[in-house]
Design a protein around this ligand. Structure first.
Ligand SMILES: [Zn+2]
Length: 239
């Protein structure tokens, strides 16, 4: 049995009741039949919160199972137990805003300059993303900030859908964002579409519309070699 990843369909779910389907008492890790806790992946760190009254200190996906590592001292629940979990919503929502900001950044840079992203990583309200610029255009920082601000002001809706693999691999936007690198065993592709700005195959959590991001500042640009320029951003409250 695989863990049902509830956050893929509802990123705003903050609590869950689930059954423990496997346990490692030495490691203090639980696998659940369903979870609201995001497991580290795709540049987005795992959620924190509480499960069975104990702090959740790590969440990892191994095969089809999501394992939740618990802190604290008291014994962890056994197989078959029903447990209640609550995610740290302030942290998660900050990550959703940050993750969405990175999609907007990818979208405006592709739409304005035709330059693809080469990598990235995020923490709550701060992130870095690398692009294949060589060199950065003059006035880049101010221009990209203005373009991102316009997308946020437009309050574009963000739509999540699930496409059959055969359909997804013929979509030009998804081809550009390397949908073909998803393993062939995945028959259904989750698509996150910031309508009119950016569309990607993606397993992360995002806000409902770009206005919810707030504001984005490009705090630094760095060269990481030929054809690789790093942008560091901060997500701030809306102005
Ligand atoms: Zn994403």
């Amino acid at each position: 049995m695989d863990t049902d990843l509830l956050y893929l369909r509802d990123a705003y779910l903050t609590e869950v009741d689930a059954e423990v389907i496997d346990v490692d008492t030495e490691e203090r890790t639980l696998a659940l039949d369903r979870t609201a806790f995001y497991a580290t992946g795709g540049g987005q760190p795992h959620d924190t919160g509480t499960l069975a009254g104990l702090p959740v200190v790590d969440v990892r996906k191994e095969g089809g199972l999501v394992w939740h590592r618990l802190g604290g001292e008291s014994p962890v629940p056994g197989r078959g137990a029903t447990v209640h979990g609550e995610i740290d919503w302030d942290r998660r929502h900050a990550l959703m805003r940050t993750h969405t900001a990175l999609h907007v950044l990818c979208g405006v840079i592709w739409n304005e300059w035709g330059v693809p992203v080469t990598g990235g990583n995020m923490e709550p309200l701060t992130a870095r993303m690398d692009f294949a610029f060589d060199p950065l255009p003059d006035g880049f920082k101010e221009q990209v900030e203005a373009l991102v601000a316009a997308e946020i002001a437009a309050d574009r809706p963000i739509e999540v859908s699930f496409l059959p693999r055969d359909t997804a691999v013929t979509d030009a936007d998804l081809i550009r964002t390397k949908v073909n690198l998803i393993p062939e065993s995945v028959t259904e592709i989750r698509v996150v579409d910031i309508v009119g700005c950016d569309k990607q195959a993606d397993g992360g959590t995002h806000v409902r519309s770009t206005g919810e991001v707030g504001g984005v500042k490009v705090v630094k640009t760095e060269s990481k070699g030929k054809g690789n320029k790093r942008l560091r951003i901060e997500v701030v409250d809306g102005v």
